[in-house]
Design a protein around this ligand. Structure first.
Ligand code: ADP
Length: 817
């Protein structure tokens, strides 16, 4: 038990606290977990028997009592050793016995005291006390400490420590540094030991220092705590908030009576999103949009926009695919079932499929079908889909204005839609369809912006697993799609695209093939379409040939099919009206159904003429024959070229003219002819644009014919570029041109020597029907095409007007090459 002189138990700074004797001996009230300071009125609950006794005694003897904190709060009935040696002398202001036997007391602390010894421990603790004299130490430092401690206290309160509301107010009002320290120490939630240290420090500044330290620490701890808890809270809050908002919204909607419909709709959308099996980030995106949608007032115009967007997202075949079949034999069977001929094409397609089968992971090139219309490109594409068990979709690239049509427009634009690729996928509703893109050769022309790049991205196996459509805004995997492009001409296709593609050419059919295709496929199909029995309408072969020769002039069979359909329609109508029972279509009766023939079959001219020659042109609709006419007029050597000719063709005409002039002497032409003559070269039909150098030899031949009056052989057709010195250079599209000559009933075809190798591609029976002459010079051309001698008659009337009529009228080609 410590005596009064044992000053070392006091806080270190108060090394020599002054003590003074205080009158008498006082009962001691041990406090558990609390330290009471002078000048504070504090409530205490007293329940322990010794404490109650002490209190009772005090009440009888001047109400003074020493309040001393317990060192260890777990001790229930503390003796002298369990108590600190510094306490506070207090005066009981009020007692209030409570029904449970405890007493609530209000005690006002008056001064610090040191216990110098105990008088007795029973029935209650009674001690001798000494006065602990407080040391004041005013000065700037103390002032600063005061401010600091008040500020810290305030910070503690702000950090959310639960302190009585007026504690801060009182702290601000107190001017005495020591009392301020006591007040704060009492209220602040700091360890009891520290509180005790504050009590034991007689020096006021020391008290403040102890407090400043401990408060600092408290604040730090609180701040860290707060950070942690705010993080946790944030996470909790976000989900709670969402839940709360959703519930609230439901409630509001219910109030407004619109809940059922809308909630139902939203729930349905949510289910559809879940069922669409989107990749995770896409689903997240979709759900976010759905949330947005739910929060929108139903009348907002945005609702439709977001809904449409969600519908598109849901409609994408994220994870739906057809089971792919890769049985090459079955594929071959299907291709043959659907198509006549096209041997080479079928072989190439089967090779392509076989490679895919063997090397599934190797991303092969894109198939590209090139050829005139109606030769079965689409139809082969459909067969590939059927053979591989995939769906078939088809879009046209022709006439597209901008990149947006492929890639879509951003949703910020009114009425924005996804691009054609996405639209196609929606139609396919599987992620691995056969996706045909027609008219690749037309994109270079109409496209604004960057034509190739969007398409390149689609077709590039390295990139197309994350194709981005501006509208969808989420990456789309196109890597399982089998793309096939089609076009009429390879030349206009941008080179970068060409590189990606494996081109398969569809050459166009000769008459015999068309007859077979009609008999085996087109007629049965059209009969069925029109509900006719085969016996109700029969086509004889001569009937078919008449349709082919006189009603169509095409490389494919599109118009042929159309004419057959039109006959079927008429016959079906006749049968329905019971005018006829059955019909038989012969060469003669075609006219009854289709009217006057549109094309003259056979040689272009009835007689060999002067100043008109037959050339061979090449259009996107296949090859065709064309005529070159020359008229000479009095004049001064002007050369006029007409017939909608492009620059190259005009230059070619000028070259022909210069050639004729330079060779005048050899050709027995008056060398000065141009001084007195104007030359007009015309290529009908005038409204169809024509270009390219391949009419060069035809123009030169016609010109020489006109100048020499030597007639041109009517059963000869030619193609080739001419140089100023009369050399003949090779040209393109030979196969199409030869087929066209064959169709037109030409017998001899003059071709440049260097085009000889192109003959390989021409079907042998066509080769058998025709005579080919390969030439290197204009002289050879002239000797093959022109009669030896000039025509006798005087008048030089070339260019009969009806020659231009021998053109297809149904679909004028956009240009002739
Ligand atoms: P393209 O796509 O080349 O313009 P399509 O594939 O549309 O031509 O062909 C036009 C029509 O001709 C279709 O009805 C098609 O089935 C038919 N057809 C074309 N070639 C053949 C062929 N070799 N065998 C059977 N039918 C054919």
């Amino acid at each position: 038990m410590a005596e009064a002189k044992d000053a070392d138990v006091v806080s270190p700074e108060a090394a020599e606290p002054k003590v003074e004797a205080v009158p008498g001996e006082v009962p001691v009230l041990p406090t558990r977990g609390a330290v009471i300071y002078p000048y504070l009125v504090v409530p205490l609950f007293v329940g322990r028997p010794r404490s109650i006794k002490a209190l009772e005694t005090t009440m009888k003897n001047g109400r003074r009592i020493a309040l001393v904190a317990q060192r260890n709060i777990t001790v229930d009935d503390p003796g002298p050793d369990d108590l600190y040696q510094v306490g506070t002398l207090g005066e009981v202001v009020q007692t209030l016995p409570l029904p449970d036997g405890t007493i609530r007391v209000m005690i006002e602390g008056s001064e610090r005291v040191r216990i110098s010894g105990y008088v007795h421990s029973d029935p209650f603790l009674k001690a001798r006390i000494q006065h602990l004299v407080e040391v004041e130490q005013p000065g700037i430092e103390t002032e600063a400490l005061v401010r600091n401690v008040v500020a810290q206290f305030e910070r503690l309160i702000n950090l959310g420590k639960n302190l009585p509301a007026d504690a801060l107010e009182s702290a601000r009002r107190i001017t005495d540094a020591g009392r301020l320290a006591d007040l704060i120490a009492y209220y602040a939630q700091i360890p009891v030991e520290v509180k005790q240290q504050v009590l034991e420090a007689a020096n006021q500044r020391v008290r403040l220092e102890i407090l400043a330290n401990v408060l600092n620490r408290e604040i730090e701890i609180l701040e860290v705590e707060r950070k942690i808890s705010s993080r946790v809270k944030q996470e909790l809050e976000d989900s709670q908030k969402e839940f709360y908002l959703r519930e609230k919204m439901k409630a509001i909607q219910q109030e407004l009576g619109e809940r059922d419909d809308r909630t139902g709709e939203m729930e349905e959308l949510r289910t559809r999103i879940k069922e669409a099996e989107m990749p995770e980030e896409v689903e997240e995106r979709a759900l976010k949009e759905l949330d947005r949608l739910e929060r929108m007032p139903p009348a907002s115009p945005e609702v439709v926009v977001v809904r449409t967007y969600l519908d598109w997202l849901i409609a994408m075949p994220w994870n739906k695919r057809s089971e792919e079949k890769l049985d090459i034999r079955a594929a071959e069977r299907i291709l043959n079932e659907d198509h006549y001929g096209l041997k080479k094409v079928k072989e190439r397609v089967l090779e392509f499929l076989a490679v895919r089968k063997l090397a599934k992971d190797i991303k092969g090139p894109i198939l590209c079908f090139m050829g005139p219309p109606g030769v079965g490109k689409t139809s082969i594409g459909r067969s590939i889909a059927r053979a591989t068990g995939r769906k078939f979709v088809r879009i046209s690239l022709g006439g597209m204005r901008d990149e947006g049509e492929i890639r879509g427009h951003r949703r910020t634009y009114v009425g924005a839609l996804p691009g054609r690729i996405v639209q196609g996928l929606k139609t396919a509703s599987t992620r691995n369809p056969v996706f045909m893109m027609d008219e690749v050769d037309k994109i270079g022309v109409d496209f604004r912006g960057d034509p190739a790049s969007a398409l390149l991205e689609v077709l590039d196996p390295e990139q197309n697993n994350a194709f981005s459509d501006h509208y969808l805004e989420v990456p789309l995997d196109l890597s399982e799609v089998m793309f096939i492009t089609t076009g009429n001409l390879l030349d206009p296709v941008p080179p970068a695209l060409k590189d990606r593609m494996e081109v398969i050419e569809f050459p166009g059919y000769i008459e015999d093939e068309k007859v077979k295709i009609a008999q085996l496929f087109l007629i049965p199909k059209q009969l069925k379409n029109h509900g006719l029995e085969p016996k109700q309408l029969r086509f004889t072969e001569s009937g078919l040939r008449t349709i082919i020769r006189e009603y169509t002039r095409e490389a494919g069979v599109r118009n042929l099919e159309r004419e057959i359909a039109s006959i079927c329609r008429k016959v079906a109508k006749g049968i329905a009206q019971e005018k006829v029972k059955a019909a038989r279509l012969t060469g003669k009766s075609v006219r009854n159904y289709l009217g006057q023939g549109r094309f003259r079959y056979g040689m272009a001219e009835k007689e060999d003429e002067v100043g008109v020659a037959t050339g061979l042109g090449w259009t996107e609709f296949g090859g065709d024959i064309l005529f070159v006419e020359v008229t000479l007029m009095k004049g001064r050597g002007n050369l006029v070229l007409t017939g909608h000719l492009g620059d190259v063709m005009q230059e070619s005409g000028k070259a022909a003219f210069s050639y004729a002039r330079s060779r005048a002497a050899d050709l027995a032409i008056d060398e000065d002819f141009y001084r007195r003559t104007d030359v007009h070269i015309h290529v009908p039909a005038g409204q169809i644009p024509k270009d390219g150098p391949s009419a060069g030899i035809t123009m030169a031949t016609t010109l020489v014919s006109a100048l020499t009056r030597r007639p041109v052989r009517r059963n000869v057709a030619m193609t080739g570029e001419v140089t100023l010195r009369g050399k003949v250079l090779p040209v393109g599209g030979v196969k199409e041109k030869v087929l066209a000559a064959h169709r037109a009933g030409i017998k001899t075809v003059i071709l440049p020597q260097e085009n000889k190798r192109d003959l390989e591609e021409i079907p042998s029976h066509v080769q058998e029907d025709l005579t080919f002459s390969f030439v290197e010079t204009m002289d050879e051309v002239l000797s093959l095409a022109l009669h030896e001698r000039p025509r006798r008659e005087a008048a030089a009337k070339a260019a009969p007007s009806e020659r231009g009529a021998a053109r297809p009228v149904a679909q004028p080609p956009s240009s002739v090459h």
